[in-house]
Design a protein around this ligand. Structure first.
Ligand code: ZN
Ligand code: ZN
Length: 160
């Protein structure tokens, strides 16, 4: 069970366990939605993570490149100007994505009730051979790092 919580750092009110409504963050091509995350909040709705390391644990989960295994990764070329090529035929991809593809994961962090994370990334269709692909996973994971931070800011949750 969760340990007794310290009072709210802003208003000194009692903190009670809550489930947050879904909240989102996006950076570049990556959009994240955190669904049903456990947290604690006071009567004035000041929110805090259930324990301080929780924020970093969810970040680790989110920036794992495996989460973005939603299509074949494109091949990146170029130094000054990045461009992406079809993994099947090598043709350069157009800049307009086909659609977003969504993945959903169960998140089980220690000492916390499970919840869900949804990730969305655009999928590109090769004009030459029709193969579908996404941008390289390490790139998506880097964007995810910023997207989680934006999500925390959007719902206004803090470690203290
Ligand atoms: Zn408060
Ligand atoms: Zn192709």
């Amino acid at each position: 069970m969760t340990k007794p919580q310290k009072p709210c750092s802003k208003c000194k009110g009692d903190m009670k366990p809550v489930r947050l409504p879904p909240f989102q963050g996006a950076e570049g091509e990556v959009k994240l939605t955190v669904i049903g995350m456990p947290a604690v909040a006071c009567a004035q709705d000041h929110k805090r993570f259930v324990y301080p390391e929780f924020a970093a644990l969810l970040m680790d989960f989110t920036v794992d490149a495996d989460r973005y295994d939603l299509a074949e990764p494109a091949v990146k070329r170029g130094l000054l100007r990045k461009h992406y090529h079809c993994p099947a035929c090598g043709e350069e991809l157009s800049s307009a994505p086909l659609a977003a593809r969504r993945g959903e994961f169960d998140v089980n962090l220690h000492d916390a009730e499970p919840f869900k994370l949804a990730v969305e990334v655009p999928v590109y269709k090769c004009a030459s051979c029709g193969a579908e692909c996404e941008h390289p996973r390490e790139e998506l994971a880097k964007l995810a790092f910023k997207a989680v931070a934006h999500a925390y800011r959007a719902i206004d949750i803090h470690p203290e």
